[in-house]
Design a protein. Structure first.
Length: 81
C-alpha cells in the first residue's frame, strides 16, 4: 500500500484558539516539533494552563497525527484537495 498525499502544495495547519484546551497532546504526538505551548498573559481560555500555542507550519509534514489526537477538533489543515 502506498501513501497518498491528499493536500495541495502549500497546505498549512492552524489551531482554533477558542476550541483548544491546552491538553498538550499535539505537542507530544508531533514527530516534527511543530507545536510549542507557551504561558502568556491575556489568555483567551481561562480554563487551560497554557495560554497560547506557537506553530511552526514550515516544519509540518502533514502526517495528521495531531488531527487524530486532538480531543476538541481544534486543529485544521487548509489546502486540502
Amino acid at each position: 500500500m502506498t501513501d497518498v498525499n491528499i493536500f495541495k502544495p502549500g497546505a498549512e495547519i492552524t489551531i482554533d484558539d477558542k476550541k483548544c484546551i491546552g491538553c498538550r497532546r499535539c505537542v507530544e504526538v508531533c514527530p516534527e516539533d511543530v507545536y510549542e505551548l507557551v504561558k502568556r498573559k491575556g489568555e483567551t481560555n481561562p480554563n487551560r494552563e497554557y495560554k497560547s500555542i506557537a506553530l511552526y507550519p514550515e516544519k509540518c509534514i502533514l502526517c495528521l497525527s495531531c488531527l487524530e489526537i486532538c480531543p476538541t477538533n481544534a486543529i485544521y489543515i487548509f489546502g486540502k484537495q
